[in-house]
Design a protein around this ligand. Sequence first.
Ligand code: ADP
Length: 964
Amino acid sequence: MPDPAVESANPHFLAAQGEMGALMRAFEWETSPLGLPALWPQSLKTAAGICLHSRFPMLIWWGQALTVLYNDAYRPILGAKHPSALGQSGEECWREIWPVIGPLLSNVLQHGQSTWSADQLLLLERNGYQEECYFTFSFSPIHDESGGIGGVFTATTETTDRVLNERRLRTLNELGDALAGLGEGAAVCRAAAEVLARNPNDLPFSLIYGLDASGVRANLLASSGSLPAGCGGTVRLVPGADDPLARSVQRVLESGEAQSLELPAGGATASGPRAVVIPVRTGQQVLPVALLVAGLNPTRTDDAGYRSFIAAIASHLGAALTNAQAHQIERQRVAALAELDRAKTDFFSDISHELRTPLALMVGPLELLLQGRADGSEMDTLRMAHRNALRLRELIDRLLDFSRIEAGRMQPRLEPTDLAAATTEIAAMFRSAIEEAGLRLMIDCPPQPRAAWVDRPMWEKIIVSFLSNAYKYTERGEIEVRLQQQDDCVVLQVRDTGCGIAPLHLPRIFDRFYRVEGARGRTDEGSGIGLALVRELVQLHDGAIDVASEPGEGSVFTVVLPLASADDEFGTVPGDDNVRPWHGSVHAGLDELERLAGSAVAVAGTQLDLELPPAAAATCVLVVDDNADMRSYVARLLAPRWQVQFASDSVQALAALRERPFDLVISDVSLPGQDGLALVRSLRADPELRAVPVLLLSAFSGEEARLDGLAAGADDYLVKPFSARELVARVENQLMRAKVHQIHDAINRRLSRVFQQMPAAVALLAGPQHRFEFANPAYEKLVGRRVPIGRTVAEIFPELAGQGVFEMLDGVYRSGESVSGDALRVELREEASGRLQEHFFAFVYQPMTDTEGSVSGIAVVAYDVSSLVGARRAAETATRTKDEFIAMLGHELRNPLAPIVTALHLMRLQSGDVAVRERAIIERQVQHMVALIDDLLDVARITRGTVQLKRVPLELWGVVAKAV
Ligand code: ADP
């Protein structure tokens, strides 16, 4: 049996274990509105007992003041409010959230209905700061003994961790989706910022900075939220920077770890926004490529969960940037492959040109010799074939060299060499060729104290390539070859004052197959492997190659080779020179220069000194080719029949064409500077030169190349190598066509003049729309307005709609049958007055057919007959009046005759024999008159058209007999 005194001090419902049981028991309840527990209503006692014994977080609000009682499990929810919350009024305890829960509680008290709130956001201040928390809870009424509601029972769970985790997981998932497959770093950062912006609770702001390669600057790539003060576009990473962001970034870079950042306070707030700066790494790299500055939620502490969320964002970003980098590398690789492929394609077409031209110049001359048509200049012809055979060999050797290097099969035989002597010797062999072209050659190769390890034939190839390029691309000025020793290296420089190379091309000039399109030189020939070969040769010597150039000023090619050790002697020329001929490249190079020199000699407008038959002199052909052999070969073929002049490039060709007329231009497609296609375009755009026929010669076979040529406006296209007969036949054909064109033009001009001067109105209408193709002045006069060519009949004569003219024209166009009329009535609007005026035209609409026989237009010939029609109308009116008069007269005359006939009849009956003769006379005369008047009436009826024929079968003989 419990002791009542003890029972009143410590009622059994407070006898629970735990802190709250003890606190409740020790609490001075008499100071609270609840009073001593022993005196509490049973309902409260019961509720308090349940609450204290439960391990689920519970709280009881009791009485008017909603005095607070809670259990052990509820303590963490209260935070620092525990234990002072016990016995406090509800409002005092939960002041910061009272606006949310107060109304809910009073509703329960008043109406007795329970509430349910799931994951309700409540901003608690239980730990000295405003904290974003989530709860799922229910308020339910506690009925007291009076039957009313004495208090409210609350069971609650805090769901903050779950809500935050779900929210953060959502962001990470979205990030994963948004960043997947992005192939570009900037796009990754932008997409990430967009996703982060959708979670402003965890990331009030974010900034993604890219670190530049120098490591002294971080540039803002993307951001979300409103950027706090002190977060700019670029962060300069200088040691000791006083800007907090820069300091944090510096610390991140030094430590490789995430760092906290407190930004300066803005406005009235005491503390500034907080953030974490975290490195973003790609792949396995130690150094970050970017930095994420993640703003922190001020109502959350940056606990481990928060930190790991931000770390997960950084690692997503890093993974996406790694992918983007891989994409980028892949793209660059594909682009490089595509570029190489393109260069290879160009190379094959260039090389086909390079091979076909000398081939054409061997096949053609040899054919001439075989046919015995070499015009006594057999030696010249043979020389030409030989020269081109050498060129072909040179090209093939180069290709073979190149492929051997590519396959790694070319190994240098290095020997200590006196490079100054070797270089001087090689360069000197070019002197006369270079000076003959009007250029100066300077050789500055002072003796070197030390030897260099080189493969001599390769060194020769290098110098020859540089010199022949310098010669090719230098039209005036000088070429200099210098050799100097610098430290442990020897430096070769080949300088020219030629066309130079644009900066755009410089980085690629040593690439395989790379050529500068349209470079101004002595020729357009080239395969783009010369310099690539030189670079390979230099690299086989562990050397370096470079070029400096200024367009229009010239170029300097530099090769640096390591020198041999100090005690190396200069080597001697090895004994197996027969196998690897020293100076072989020089000879080939000189041959090429000689060939190019030939190109330069036969310059524009130089008339070939050939004997021309006088009749042919009238027809003149211009041959444009930069290859001298090709020019003289073509000349040899054409000169017996036509007058031939030359140009070696487009500029010279245009100048020659502007100076005098040519009947035909034969041009190579490959020309230095502006190519053959561009030359054709220039001609077609020039009103003076538009009509000159052009025959293109090209090494590019294939339909596409042909179509390109024809699309540019060429009249014919001939692929090298071609036979002599074929060239002559094509030229003949072109000249013939040009003649036919000329004749056509003359006829057309003449016809046009005839039509212009014709007195009748003539117009030609084309197509189903009846567009005016021609209208002579008489026509314009006839219709009283100007008739612009190209406009349709309906456009010029809108008033004719509904008058049958359009229909008639359509009919003629459709049926192909001509239509004519001698007085077509139409109403035309008078331009001056705007009134419709009646016109009568005699006209013919004659269909015109094209070569296939289908109607292509209508010729109109018309004559104004308005005045004739007027006259005819007047005459018709006069005739009608006369006929009416005669008819009227007939009737008038007949009227008195009727009584006279009757009177005569009566007289015959009454008078017997009296005056028989006289009566007979009168009767005869009267009948005669009746007959006359009947005839008169018949005539009038016939002319007025009132007689109807009544056709009956008749015995003509009888009638005639009767009449007779
Ligand atoms: P190619 O056989 O076509 O001449 P290279 O590899 O020798 O090939 O040269 C590549 C390109 O470099 C040429 O198309 C030319 O435009 C340019 N080039 C080479 N040497 C010079 C030079 N000395 N001056 C100007 N351009 C040059």
